[in-house]
Design a protein around this ligand. Structure first.
Ligand SMILES: Cc1cc2nc3c(=O)[nH]c(=O)nc-3n(C[C@H](O)[C@H](O)[C@H](O)COP(=O)(O)OP(=O)(O)OC[C@H]3O[C@@H](n4cnc5c(N)ncnc54)[C@H](O)[C@@H]3O)c2cc1C
Length: 412
């Protein structure tokens, strides 16, 4: 990086966290709790915090049933869920634990559900229970299936509110937060890292990249090969008309497709008595393409040129075409939901919001399943923190912190 007008950077920090989503905020908090007095600053490009994935998700406190035993997702989801609930209790933040039913609509799905039940047990998820078709009906009169897995520990929360609470903790612990401050580039000086941002420049002993949808670009701008490309997958929601009519007391999920790291279109209770249906997973035509017609030529060109993109197109092809069709057609969306909720019609689905998942894709075109952290000189980049990273944030943050504190080059 060229220093502006050749002047030395006087704005100095121990740690600069890039990204004011739930992972960046939890990481700064964790560092400050462990090392009081550490000089930590957070740089967020948007005018407010938690406006990207953290503010556009389903708000589910996942219980850890889905993830491959031994994976970081499995371990950190369980630990993060426990810590999150303790935190919510301590701070008096609103949440509920209605539990969920993962519903098999057909016998072949019941076989896949058995595998999921084994995973839940291997991961130490408490209270998971197999339910028959009759039991499903008595638990949820509007839901049909040949079998279901009941997970009593699944909950709901507002993750944007949780992230804002982490931000207050950061400031109370002496950290600073700058919004409206996009990081433009960074360079390693040998002794640390210099960061050019929209408001000037600063130096830090270490940069922690928690930039979600921009994570790969941030790593590259710091001179690090991220080895993955971040691909945006939009998740679109509908809101159910007349939510009380369905009498739902659980979150209702389908059996997920084991070939993709998304959970399938589900019904989520909201904190204020609403019901959301979604999200689907549509390849978005831009990293900020919250709406269908939005396109970024730069993002598309980069995607087309990235190694792995064509392999991704081949792998994702059929599923992708179906997802795009379902995105365009409320009838197809409603038809899919009817496999679990037979009474649902198109008219019950009112347009809702959308979120954009930052999904890492490797050079072979595979959607990377687990969380990915990579170390670089004077930097650590979080390159894949998809769901359940909001649930897992407190535990993921401690993992990042420990990794930073144990690195000799940082000596924090
Ligand atoms: C549709 C959807 C549903 C989901 N449902 C759930 C769920 O129910 N439960 C769950 O646990 N998880 C869920 N997730 C996943 C969860 O939301 C994410 O894993 C989590 O929010 C990731 O947090 P983050 O801080 O890494 O990313 P983000 O929240 O995306 O934050 C990254 C931040 O970095 C900022 N940034 C980017 N580039 C720069 C730059 N150059 N300079 C400065 N700032 C920058 C962005 O503006 C953004 O604020 C869902 C995600 C989506 C999209």
């Amino acid at each position: 990086m060229k220093r502006r007008e050749g002047r030395a950077v006087t704005d100095r920090w121990d740690v600069a966290v890039v990204g004011g989503g739930i992972v960046g905020l939890a990481t700064a908090r964790s560092l400050l709790l462990q090392r009081p007095g550490l000089r930590v600053t957070i740089l967020e490009r948007a005018p407010g915090l938690a406006g990207a994935q953290t503010g556009h998700n389903s708000g589910v406190i996942h219980s850890g049933a889905y993830y491959r035993p031994g994976s970081a997702k499995a371990r950190l989801c369980l630990e993060g869920r426990r810590r999150l609930i303790e935190y919510l209790e301590a701070k008096g933040l609103e949440y509920r634990i209605p539990g969920k039913l993962i519903v098999a609509g057909r016998p072949d799905q019941a076989a896949r559900l058995r595998v999921l039940a084994e995973r839940a047990s291997a991961n130490g998820v408490e209270g998971a229970r197999w339910r028959s078709a009759e039991e499903i009906r008595s638990l949820e009169p509007e839901i049909r299936g040949v079998a279901a897995l009941e997970i009593p520990g699944a909950g709901i929360v507002n993750y944007a509110a949780v992230a804002h609470s982490y931000a207050r903790d950061v400031e109370d612990l002496g950290g600073t937060i700058r919004t409206g401050t996009p990081v433009l580039r960074a360079s390693n000086t040998g002794a640390g890292i210099e960061i050019e941002h929209a408001g000037g420049a600063l130096s830090a002993r270490v940069l922690v990249g928690c930039a979600g949808i921009e994570a790969d670009r941030l790593a590259r701008s710091c001179g690090t090969d991220p080895a993955v490309q971040i691909v945006p997958f939009r998740g679109e929601y509908y809101t159910l008309r007349d939510p009380d009519r369905w009498g739902l007391s659980h979150l209702i999920y389908p059996v997920p497709d084991p070939t993709v790291p998304f959970l399938g279109v589900h019904l989520t209770l909201t904190l204020h008595r609403g019901i959301e249906a979604g999200p689907n997973a549509v390849l978005a035509l831009g990293r900020a393409a919250y709406r269908r017609h939005e396109i970024s030529v730069r993002d598309l060109a980069e995607l087309a040129l990235a190694p792995g993109s064509w392999a991704l197109a081949r792998r994702w092809g059929r599923t992708g075409i179906y997802e795009a069709l379902r995105s365009l057609s409320r009838s197809v969306y409603a038809r899919d939901l009817r496999t679990m909720v037979p009474a649902i019609t198109d008219a019950d689905l009112l347009p809702g919001g959308a979120g954009i998942r930052a999904q890492a894709v490797d050079r072979a075109g595979r959607l990377v399943d687990d969380f990915v952290l990579i170390d670089a000189p004077h930097a650590l980049h979080v390159l894949n923190a998809p769901s359940p990273a909001a649930t897992a944030a407190l535990a993921l943050a401690d993992t990042i912190r420990d990794r930073l504190l144990h690195r000799r080059d940082l000596a924090l």
